[in-house]
Every structure is written in structure tokens, then in C-alpha cells.
Design a protein around this ligand. Structure first.
Ligand SMILES: [Zn+2]
Ligand SMILES: [Zn+2]
Length: 345
């Protein structure tokens, strides 16, 4: 089968290779991939600048959905023909503090599909049975390919931050993560201010369609003034920084009100300069959010099947795996939002 692989460390070294079909171990499930999304971290794997461990040669792709075609001999709860998606933590230690408390997204021994273990930019992949989630009947494969980023956002917004009805919520970065964060915060009852740049015109418009109450082009408009007007001069109750841009992080620390909450969801990729003292003066409750775990997935499944969140409007392109270069380029140049790759016959 054809597979998009990171072949060795260093810049690039990503190619389509022909590899044998995998077979499931006794506790594993084999999935025929129907749709797999390109994530920002795939671009980082391409450039070899991500801190999550990568072990080439490895099949890339970790945001996917598909149909079960085979199960290991000890798998009883999942059947051939089930429509499913899978979490990305293919291997965790099971004995550390984080594993034992259900926070295995933070396990120091966590190994991830598409980074360390063969992933989903191919026809078949194999995952441990405990990471599988069955798709709700009314969720299609394309929408379901976004359960992974959606679960990451559920983790950041609901599990780690919490929005109270009426909160003014500022989101920086209207990419896929920002647009999912927006819909979750909206579902929680927030009044959403989505901030982007000149480059983001289309994405800002989509943000509006997905429920943003106010959209702000920070290059054209005075975002601080707009937020101040909306909050009686206090500032935002909650800020979700989803862009990973240093300017946005600094803007977020300014935009949040005293005693407000700031959550860093976007990855910056390098140390940046911020005025850390603001956190003290303003008593900001600051947290970060990393990856996802079982409880996030279960909630994400409900939100999508109840129609509280829509992932399909985020899909800008559906391409065969052989056109991966085009997909990666579109992602990097921000001319697409979520680009889906599909396996080749
Ligand atoms: Zn991802
Ligand atoms: Zn562990």
C-alpha cells in the first residue's frame, strides 16, 4: 500500500513509499482509513521542528476516521465493519501518576500515532483497542476525521479553562483550532470575539458563520478598544490563544481582564518574550493545554453528533494522498483551513 512517510530526521525527507499492509496484534484493531486531516504538527514533522518524539521511518497522519476491517483475537467490543476514529496515544506507560489519574496525555512515555507509530496517511493502520471510539450514526467520515483536533480543543476549553454564560471570550487565530475553540466556547455560552490578521479574511468570515459575535482584523481595527467597549473597560473574561504567534500571546495578556483566564492552546515552537509580570499584577489564571484524553473524546463525540459543533465547514480541500505536497503547501500558506487526504485505491 502507498503511504506518506517521514523517512529520516532533518528538513523534508517526506515521500510516498510502498509498504506492506499491517496486521493487528491480539489487542489491536485494523482500520481502513477513509479520511485523514493534515495538522499543523505534520508540517512541523516535515521541518523537523517539533518537540513530540518522532521515530522515522514512520507513516505520518494522526487525525482520521475509517472502517474496522480486522480485529485481534482478544478484541470483543469492536467489530469488523464498525465506523470508528482513534485517539493518538498509541502507547503509554500505564503506571506513572498521569496514566493512573487518567491524564495519559501527559505520560512521559507517551508514543503517538503518525509520529512514532505508523499513522493514517495510507490505506490501513493498526491501533490499540482501548484508543478506538465508535462514530455516532449521524457523523460522516470527513467530519469524524476532525475528532482529534476537536478533542484537543474540548480539553483546553472545557476541561482546563471553563467558560461561564455571558463571558466575553477572545480567541486569537482563526485556523482550524481557533474555529473549533470558538464553537465550543459558544456552546458553553460565551460571547465570542475572534481576532485574525489581514491574511485571515476568509477564515474570519467563516468564524462569523460558525457563531463568532464579533470578528476583528487586528491590522485594520483597534482590537483593544473593541474589547474594552464590549466589557465596560474591564477586558476579556477568557482568552484562548490559538495562533502560536508571539504577538498574539502578548496581545492576549493585555486583552484579558484582571482575574481573567488565559489559556495557551497554539504552540509557539520557540521561546518568546512576554511581560510575565502582568500575570502577577492582573492575577491572571494562566494555563496551557496539550493534546487530549478519553474524557475529551467522549465529549467531542457528543458535541458533534448533537450538532453543537460543525467540523465540515472547516474542510477546504479533499485530496488523494499522492497530492500531499499541494496539501502541505496550502496548509502552510494558509490558503486552506483543514485539508483532508484520502487513501489511493
Ligand atoms: Zn493534530
Ligand atoms: Zn504513564
Amino acid at each position: 500500500m502507498k503511504a506518506l512517510m517521514k523517512l529520516k530526521k532533518g528538513e523534508g525527507n517526506v515521500e510516498i513509499e510502498n509498504i506492506p499492509e499491517p496486521f493487528p496484534g491480539s489487542e489491536e484493531v485494523k482500520i481502513e482509513v477513509k479520511a485523514a486531516g493534515i495538522c499543523g504538527s505534520d508540517i512541523h514533522i516535515y521541518h523537523d521542528d517539533i518537540k513530540i518524539p518522532v521515530k522515522p521511518p514512520v507513516v505520518m497522519g494522526h487525525e482520521f476516521s475509517g472502517i474496522v476491517t480486522e480485529v485481534g483475537k482478544n478484541v470483543t467490543e469492536i467489530k469488523v465493519g464498525d465506523a470508528v476514529t482513534s485517539e493518538t496515544a498509541a502507547s503509554v506507560c500505564g503506571v506513572c501518576r498521569y496514566c493512573r489519574t487518567g491524564n495519559y496525555n501527559l505520560c512521559p512515555h507517551r508514543l503517538v500515532i503518525g509520529y512514532w507509530i505508523n499513522g493514517a496517511f495510507t490505506r490501513y493502520c493498526v491501533v490499540p483497542k482501548e484508543r478506538i471510539h465508535k462514530l455516532p450514526k449521524n457523523v460522516d467520515f470527513i467530519s469524524a476525521a476532525m475528532y482529534e483536533p476537536l478533542s484537543c480543543c474540548v480539553h483546553g476549553v472545557i476541561e482546563l479553562t471553563g467558560v461561564t454564560v455571558g463571558d466575553v471570550v477572545v480567541i486569537t487565530g482563526p485556523g482550524a483550532i481557533g474555529l473549533l475553540t470558538l464553537q465550543i466556547a459558544k456552546a458553553e455560552g460565551g460571547r465570542i470575539v475572534m481576532c485574525g490578521t489581514f491574511q485571515d479574511q476568509k477564515r474570519l468570515k467563516l468564524a462569523q458563520e460558525l457563531g463568532a459575535d464579533v470578528i476583528v482584523d487586528i491590522q485594520k481595527e483597534n482590537a483593544s478598544e473593541i474589547i474594552s467597549d464590549l466589557t465596560g473597560g474591564y477586558g476579556a473574561d477568557v482568552v484562548f490563544e490559538c495562533s502560536g504567534a508571539p504577538k498574539a500571546a502578548n496581545f492576549g495578556l493585555d486583552a484579558v481582564r484582571k482575574q481573567g483566564k488565559y489559556t495557551q492552546i497554539g504552540l509557539l515552537g520557540r521561546p518568546i518574550e512576554v511581560d510575565f509580570e502582568k500575570i502577577a499584577y492582573k492575577e491572571i489564571k494562566l494555563t496551557g493545554s496539550f493534546s487530549q484524553k478519553w474524557t475529551d473524546w467522549e465529549l467531542a463525540l457528543k458535541l458533534l453528533s448533537q450538532g453543537k459543533i460543525k467540523t465540515k465547514p472547516l474542510v477546504s480541500d479533499i485530496l488523494p494522498i499522492t497530492r500531499w505536497k499541494e496539501g502541505f503547501k496550502k496548509h502552510e500558506e494558509k490558503t486552506g483551513i483543514k485539508i483532508i487526504l484520502t487513501p489511493i485505491e
